[in-house]
Design a binder for this molecule. Structure first.
Ligand code: PFF
Length: 523
């Protein structure tokens, strides 16, 4: 089976595919929103810091694990741990005890979840993190696909001039009518899922890699064009200032948490994407440089999107803090105020749809790879069954936006069991994933790589294809003494990229994520 594993055809193909997986609705749809609501430039700076401090180390950890194991996330965690780990058993027992305590406090939903998680940890050992890394993409794609479907519909609506309205009220009305129309919402969702399935069904090289090599450059070209148009609008400077000028007094703890969360989401961490994609990677590839390249591409897309959106808003006096639907119910009005605005809006939504498509395909590939590796299904069968199952679950999200009346019991059950307050199933699943499952996936992965599998084995894997990049003496390099022979004496301990990464993945990342997790969920 190992010999038959698919591979990327080139290192660049991998970077495009992994970049395409990272760049998505998060960069173009969510980011301008979170910036708008979290105070602009200072938030952007903290977000960039989080990419460096958390994002790149975790991505490197996931990539290393995936390439060393050459397996899907469940297989990878299983491959490098024993099923009967004392540490895992201890955590499992603790969770069961916590579950019993919560039961006594009549918190039945959480009691059930904690006890069940404890049992699963005892039963599966560390592979439970792999299971989480497969389950989360399944859940995420179910609602991500719904919003991605909207982008397809908005491409159509932009080019048919339906969005050519100059006031926010009118754009908001079109948006509300759209999301309450079951035909549009379900139709566009199913179309999106079908496109993802068609890409993934063609396989790693002929499907994901081939399409990423076309779609990612196209996405950048379109974003660049729209950004240049926005930047050349009169008064664009207000938007640029808002986006880039840091005002630290506007920064709160909530903003910092949002920055951490968004950095993890945008790099698609904690969802097995980098593990799965790197399992198709050859040992000649420099994964250190690849991780940097992917993070750089993702950040570039984010900056382009911000510079496309904010100047257009400010040029036309629209406020940037309109909430999650900024792109759908404010941007059309902002662009309609400029000549041939429909064209720029249309191009913007095409880029958004392309970004969503490469991310959707990545989410689907993680689930599919699990069934191919672990259950020995063939690719077509895995794609068909996984896509259908995700679409069925996603219909709940789609319908919850259209009209809750039909499926109110689902929402009622979720609210009473978990005390999750949110208006729709879509936002409930988003909340559960981004506040609970994603941080747990990231925490679990970093602890596993840093402490259970171990940084020394991980660094050995990183060294393949790295041309000593991981072992460069950073201090000597910064001091201009790279070629000074005494600085390269192996008897001295030196600070290298590999040792720096080890410290981050063992201490810094787990501590920050654990604090953020507790802070975020403590009420
Ligand atoms: N990183 C993607 C985005 O920013 O939209 C979202 C995402 C895609 C998250 C794929 C996770 C994932 F597996």
């Amino acid at each position: 089976m190992l010999g038959k594993r698919e591979h990327w055809s080139s290192g660049l193909g991998f970077i495009f595919a992994a970049g395409g997986a990272a760049i998505g609705l998060g960069n173009i749809w969510k980011f301008p929103n979170v910036v708008g609501q979290n105070g602009g430039g200072a938030f952007v700076l903290v977000y960039l810091l989080c990419i460096v401090v958390i994002g790149i180390p975790v991505m490197l950890g996931e990539m290393t694990l995936g390439r060393a194991a050459k397996k899907n996330p469940v297989g990878a965690f299983k491959a490098f741990s024993s099923q009967n780990s004392h540490a895992a058993n201890l955590i499992g027992v603790d969770l069961i005890l916590a579950g019993i305590a919560l039961f006594c406090m009549k918190q039945f939903g959480w009691s059930l979840i904690l006890s069940l998680s404890g049992l699963l940890i005892i039963f599966f050992g560390w592979a439970i993190i792999g299971i989480l890394c497969v389950a989360v993409p399944f859940l995420v794609l179910s609602y991500y696909g719904v919003v991605s479907g909207w982008t397809l519909a908005y491409v159509y609506k932009s080019f048919t001039l339906e969005l050519n309205v100059e006031t926010m009220n009118a754009a908001g009305r079109i948006y509300r009518e759209f999301v309450q129309n079951p035909g549009w919402v379900i139709g566009s969702f199913i179309t999106f899922m079908t496109l993802c399935a068609l890409i993934v069904a063609r396989g790693v090289k002929n499907g994901i890699e081939r399409w990423s090599k076309i779609l990612v450059p196209l996405l950048f070209a379109l974003l660049l064009i729209v950004m240049l148009r926005s930047l050349t609008l009169p008064n664009a400077i207000g938007g640029i200032e808002f986006f880039l000028k840091p005002e630290f007094k506007r920064l709160s703890t909530r903003n910092v948490l949002a920055a951490i969360g968004h950095a993890c989401f945008t790099l698609s961490l904690g969802m097995g994407i980098a593990i799965t994609y790197s399992s198709y990677l050859s040992r000649q590839q420099n994964i250190f440089l690849s991780a940097l390249g992917i993070a750089a591409l993702d950040t570039l897309a984010t900056v382009f999107a911000g510079l496309a959106v904010f100047p257009a808003l400010f040029a036309n006096n629209f406020a940037p803090d309109q909430g999650l639907d900024l792109i759908f119910n404010v941007l059309p009005a902002a662009f309609s105020c400029i000549p041939t605005g429909w064209l720029w809006l249309g191009l913007f939504f095409v880029s958004l749809a392309l970004a969503a498509l490469t991310s959707g395909a990545a989410l689907l590939e993680v689930v599919v790879s699990y069934y191919i590796d672990e259950k020995k299904w063939n690719r077509s069968r895995a794609v068909l069954i996984c896509t259908s199952a995700i679409t069925l679950l996603g219909l709940l999200s789609a319908l919850s936006i259209v009209s809750w009346e039909n499926i109110e019991w689902v929402q009622y059950w979720l609210v009473s069991a978990f005390d999750v307050r949110s208006p729709a199933f879509l936002t409930t699943v988003d909340y559960l994933c981004s506040h609970w499952l994603l941080p747990l996936g990231i925490l679990g992965t970093s602890i596993f790589v840093g402490w259970i599998w171990g940084t020394s084995k991980a660094v050995q894997e990183i060294r393949h294809g790295s041309n000593n990049f991981a072992d460069v003496n950073l201090i000597a390099l910064l001091a201009g003494l790279k070629n000074d022979s005494s600085h390269n004496d192996e008897r001295y301990h030196v600070l290298t990229l590999a040792s720096l990464w080890g410290i981050f993945i063992r201490f810094i990342v787990p501590v920050i994520i654990a604090i953020a997790f507790i802070w975020m969920n403590a009420r």
